[in-house]
Ligand binder design. Structure first.
Ligand SMILES: NC(=O)c1ccc[n+]([C@@H]2O[C@H](COP(=O)([O-])OP(=O)(O)OC[C@H]3O[C@@H](n4cnc5c(N)ncnc54)[C@H](OP(=O)(O)O)[C@@H]3O)[C@@H](O)[C@H]2O)c1
Length: 348
């Protein structure tokens, strides 16, 4: 049985972790931190949890209370940079509580996804506060890194755009493609709960724009995966802001290598995701609404006139975040990867 702690439980990712973990068959207890909601029930920040997920936020987590825990699991759903700063203090607290050996840490931020300090600095525009720890977390995208997640105690769950793009690229394993054009549109929940000019409803609901054009920090994660999976080619990525609350829709286009047609592309995708319970192949275009609220990623392929295309739809807060973190946790703990996560999304 596991005792779960969520650091940053009042945020959008924290709310999804509370919702999904509450249905996990091995859950024994659930704790969540928040500075703004400390002392208040979880449903004050997440009204969907009222009467279902009981408990209250605390400003700090008392790890001593978990000393008898068979399997402590900490999810960090904090803004970028916060876990990297807090980690030495947290590890000292886990050591003092006798938890250090068995505690599993799953980070949802970008703090530990990249192994190379220079690549981190280039992607995030600042040096990493503890560069010696980079590379000590397993990268959390089970669809290509499953074996590295089994039994590990440190996981850096993949970014939301990075998840959609990597799932679209994995069928291209071993191909040298020259140039790959990628775009992905995200919903406003991708920016977290703090309102800003670009997430405020009136300025966003009827708009569609690109941002961080060719310069999004998730490119570094995707390029690292491409290197390891033998996908050759320069990747151009245009992130877009869609008038949705949840969801990411990604499109990846490339010149088809000689001899590869639509059937071949589909066969590659089916082979790439054999044994991956959350990737579903669809005919035509995947639909964001069909995966919303779920951990599924729907993929479609097309090929015509020498151009190939792979399309992917995910829920940024589930397969792009909280659901993926739990999927990774399941693997680390030796459970079936889909434990507690196999529910379909809502429709329409
Ligand atoms: N949203 C997505 O689609 C998505 C997808 C993948 C990964 N991520 C990453 O996951 C992390 C969480 O994202 P989110 O969207 O859930 O963010 P969020 O909605 O802004 O929530 C952040 C949480 O952290 C707490 N917090 C904020 N500043 C803090 C600080 N200085 N120290 C301690 N706690 C602090 C907040 O609560 P209090 O202020 O009450 O303490 C809140 O609970 C981010 O690193 C994000 O980049 C997000």
């Amino acid at each position: 049985m596991m005792d779960a702690v969520i650091l940053g439980a009042s945020g959008y990712g924290g709310g999804e972790l509370l919702r999904l973990l509450s249905g996990h068959p091995l859950l024994r207890s659930l704790r969540g931190s928040s500075r703004q909601h400390a002392g208040k029930p979880f449903h004050t920040a997440h009204p969907n949890l009222r009467g279902v997920v009981n408990g209250a936020f605390t400003a700090e987590i008392s790890f001593g209370e978990l000393a008898g825990s068979e399997q402590p699991v900490v999810f960090a759903a904090l803004p970028h940079g916060e876990l990297a700063q807090a980690l030495p203090g947290l590890e000292a607290a886990w050591e003092a509580a006798g938890l250090a050996e068995r505690l599993l840490l799953v980070d949802l931020s970008g703090d530990f996804r990249l192994a190379d300090p220079a690549v981190f600095q280039a992607a995030y525009g600042r040096p990493h506060p503890c560069p010696e720890r980079l590379g000590s977390f397993a990268y959390g995208l089970p669809e290509w890194n499953r074996e590295a997640l089994r039994g590990t105690r440190r996981i850096a769950s993949a970014g939301c755009f990075a998840t959609a793009l990597q799932l679209a690229l994995l069928p291209l394993r071993g191909l040298d493609l020259g140039f790959i054009a990628a775009s992905a549109a995200t919903g406003s929940s991708g920016s977290g709960m703090a309102p800003s000019d670009t997430t405020h409803h009136p300025t966003r609901a009827q708009d569609f724009r690109a941002y961080k054009v060719l310069d999004h920090q998730h490119l570094a994660e995707v390029q690292a995966m491409m290197g390891r999976q033998g996908i050759g080619g320069r990747l151009g990525f245009v992130p877009q802001s869609a008038p949705l609350v949840r969801g990411i829709f990604a499109a990846v286009q490339f010149a088809l290598p000689p001899g590869l047609d639509a059937a071949g592309l589909r066969a590659r995708a089916e082979a790439a995701f054999q044994g991956s319970p959350f990737v579903r192949m669809v005919e035509g275009s995947p639909r964001v609404a069909a995966v919303t609220g779920s951990n599924f990623a729907d993929l479609g392929v097309a090929a015509k006139g020498g151009t190939g295309c792979v399309l992917a739809a995910i829920d940024n807060l589930v397969k792009g975040m909280a659901g993926q973190a739990i999927q990774c946790m399941n693997l680390a703990l030796g459970l079936e990867e889909g434990t507690g996560l196999m529910q379909p999304g809502c429709w329409p």
